[in-house]
Design a protein around this ligand. Structure first.
Ligand SMILES: O=C(O)C(=O)C[C@]1(C(=O)O)C=C[C@@H](O)C=C1
Length: 371
């Protein structure tokens, strides 16, 4: 058996060679980024990485080291990409001009939570209402409206997946986020009591958010297009046995009684609405960045993105994965981080994230408001 001292002397000698070669390799990586910047090329070259790994793994004499060699070569290239990303010049983003005479669309009817979110963000404006989420995207695409207001996440029931998918499908941007407290109420026609109500109508989210109350009172839930439309429906039906789960605003609007107030399972129930536009907008007050990306379907691919976020000391606010259309069991990721595009460390982190992703789209840097 070789003694430890001899082994360590050998390792020291090998490390000396490795570090000299590492330095040489990193200097070539610097030459590569100079070339890439001049030729408008991406740092990440997926096919080249595959080729480099394969070539070097094939060179091994001891095949039991294959997986170690793979990791070693991949980590070396990761360091090379991180280093290259530090040579990309930082940008100064100028604030976008504030639009005047703009039109805003939302899904639902007056009295809906989307209408409430729109008013919280834009002030007391009318807005144009549409029956379905996708109608708002189409209206924005056609230029019928300048902004759309759509729900993205509820604190108790989670993501509203349709809007994640539509945002990606239409290629729009997020220019603001309005979070509102959602109080769900049991509404009935004038004079109706809790004992009278046997069936209620509401949006699926309204039914889910009040499931405990409905179960406790043996009331059956029925899905409706949205909460305010459900309120309108029961007000027209004038039947004391049917109620709606909706806002107090909807009760006022459709002349209904509030039979039970704030019946949601989670008393701190709130929903995040996004304000979307055809172009992104830059504001000094922006404090949240959203991006959408795909990574290789392999071990550690997503971890590298998370690592970059952590190493730049950035708070990750949310991550959501959605199935990639036409690629079964593959996903795209929707990631929210805290920051402003004009912060150097944020720009650096985004540059580096791009070196680990197959596709990458920054979908907005915007302010978040709560009401
Ligand atoms: O060959 C390139 O384009 C490089 O930038 C070099 C390198 C490497 O370090 O080997 C780094 C990043 C690319 O994704 C592929 C390879």
């Amino acid at each position: 058996m070789k003694d430890l001292k001899t082994c360590r002397e050998e390792i020291d000698a090998i490390d000396k060679e490795i570090i000299a070669l590492f330095e040489k390799r990193m200097h070539v990586a610097k030459d590569v980024i100079t070339y890439k910047l001049a030729h408008d090329m991406q740092i990440f070259q997926k096919d080249r990485e595959k080729e480099v790994i394969q070539k070097n793994v094939d060179r091994l004499e001891d095949k039991s080291l294959e997986s170690y060699a793979k990791t070693f070569v991949q980590d070396t290239m990761n360091l090379s990409k991180s280093y290259q990303s530090t040579f990309i010049p930082l940008k100064k983003y100028e604030a976008t001009e504030i639009k005047e005479n703009f039109k805003v669309g939302y899904q639902g009817v007056p009295g809906s939570f989307s209408n409430q979110a729109m008013k919280s963000w834009f002030g007391d404006i009318e807005g144009i209402n549409y029956p379905h989420f996708e109608d708002v995207y189409q209206a924005l695409e056609k230029g019928e409206i300048d902004y759309g207001v759509l729900p993205l996440e509820n604190s108790s029931t989670g993501a509203i997946n349709d809007n994640y998918d539509l945002l990606t499908q239409y290629g729009f941007y997020i220019v603001g986020e309005q979070s509102i407290t959602i109080d769900q109420n049991l509404l009935g026609i004038k004079g109706a009591t809790l004992e009278d109500i046997k069936d209620v109508y509401s949006h699926i989210q309204g039914l889910k958010q009040t499931s405990e109350f409905l179960n406790a009172h043996h009331i059956e839930g029925h899905e409706y297009l949205n909460t305010a439309a459900a309120a309108k429906y029961i007000s027209e039906a004038q039947n004391k046995h049917i109620g709606a789960i909706a806002s107090s605003e909807a009760a006022k609007l459709y002349n209904l009684d509030i039979i039970a107030k704030a019946i949601q399972n989670d008393q701190s129930n709130h929903t995040r609405f996004i304000i979307i536009a055809r172009q992104y907008e830059i504001r000094p007050s922006a404090n949240r960045i959203s991006m959408v990306f795909t990574v290789n379907h392999e071990v550690g691919a997503l971890y590298e993105v998370m690592r970059v976020v952590k190493e730049h000391n950035i708070n990750m606010a949310r991550i959501e994965s959605r199935p990639l259309p036409l690629s079964p069991w593959e996903y795209y990721f929707y990631l929210d981080i805290d920051g402003n595009l004009n912060q150097d460390h944020v720009q650096r982190a985004l540059q580096e994230i791009k070196t680990y992703t197959n596709t990458f789209r920054m979908i907005g840097n915007y302010e978040r408001k709560e009401s």
